[in-house]
Ligand binder design. Structure first.
Ligand code: SF4
Ligand code: SF4
Length: 161
């Protein structure tokens, strides 16, 4: 009788790291980290029309924070874009939750992931030129504390923008 095979089953192939999944390499051009410190200028909540994506969970948190029913938050503050939803903007391009008097976000504690992870979006990080373009829009980029690669990659992985 042959002995049972005592060798352990082959382990499943390891998943590529987040850096590899997002940027195709363990050492993207910003491997030494990037500087960022928000100056609270409000530029990223205003200006050119765009999209601030929100999912159901984020809308629920916003509704709870505002003390308004989810359906009303959805109806009055968002619009459908394909199968997704975005916050709406005022005609001047300001986000619907931007207070132009104080230049602050009125839902700051529950702002969507897209806002929380700015400026570390894949679209801002693919090439050095993308980051340089971002620095022109956001005075906090390239300033202040050095944010390490691991943190940047974790932020970028939270939402694909
Ligand atoms: S544009 Fe940059 S510096 Fe200005 S509020 Fe947004 S993140 Fe902060
Ligand atoms: S939700 Fe708040 S942080 Fe996000 S774009 Fe609107 S005002 Fe800015």
């Amino acid at each position: 009788m042959s002995k049972p095979d005592a060798s352990p089953p082959p382990s499943p192939p390891e998943e590529p790291s987040l850096a590899v999944q997002l940027f195709g390499t363990e050492t993207p051009w910003f491997a030494q980290g990037l500087r960022f410190q928000c100056t609270q200028c409000g530029n990223c909540c205003t200006g050119e029309p765009g999209y601030v994506w929100v999912n159901r969970q984020e809308l629920e948190q916003i509704a709870e924070y505002l003390g308004e029913p989810l359906e009303e938050v959805q109806r009055y503050y968002t619009r459908k874009v394909g199968i997704r939803r975005s916050l709406i903007e005022f005609p001047d391009g300001d986000c619907v939750f931007f207070d132009s008097q104080t230049r602050r976000c009125t839902i700051y504690p529950v702002r969507p992931r897209q806002c929380r992870t700015w400026p570390f979006w894949v679209s801002n990080l693919r090439r050095r030129e993308d980051w340089e373009r971002t620095c022109q829009q956001c005075p906090g980029c390239g300033q202040g504390e050095l944010v390490p690669l691991e943190e940047i990659v974790q932020q970028a992985a939270k939402i694909r923008v």
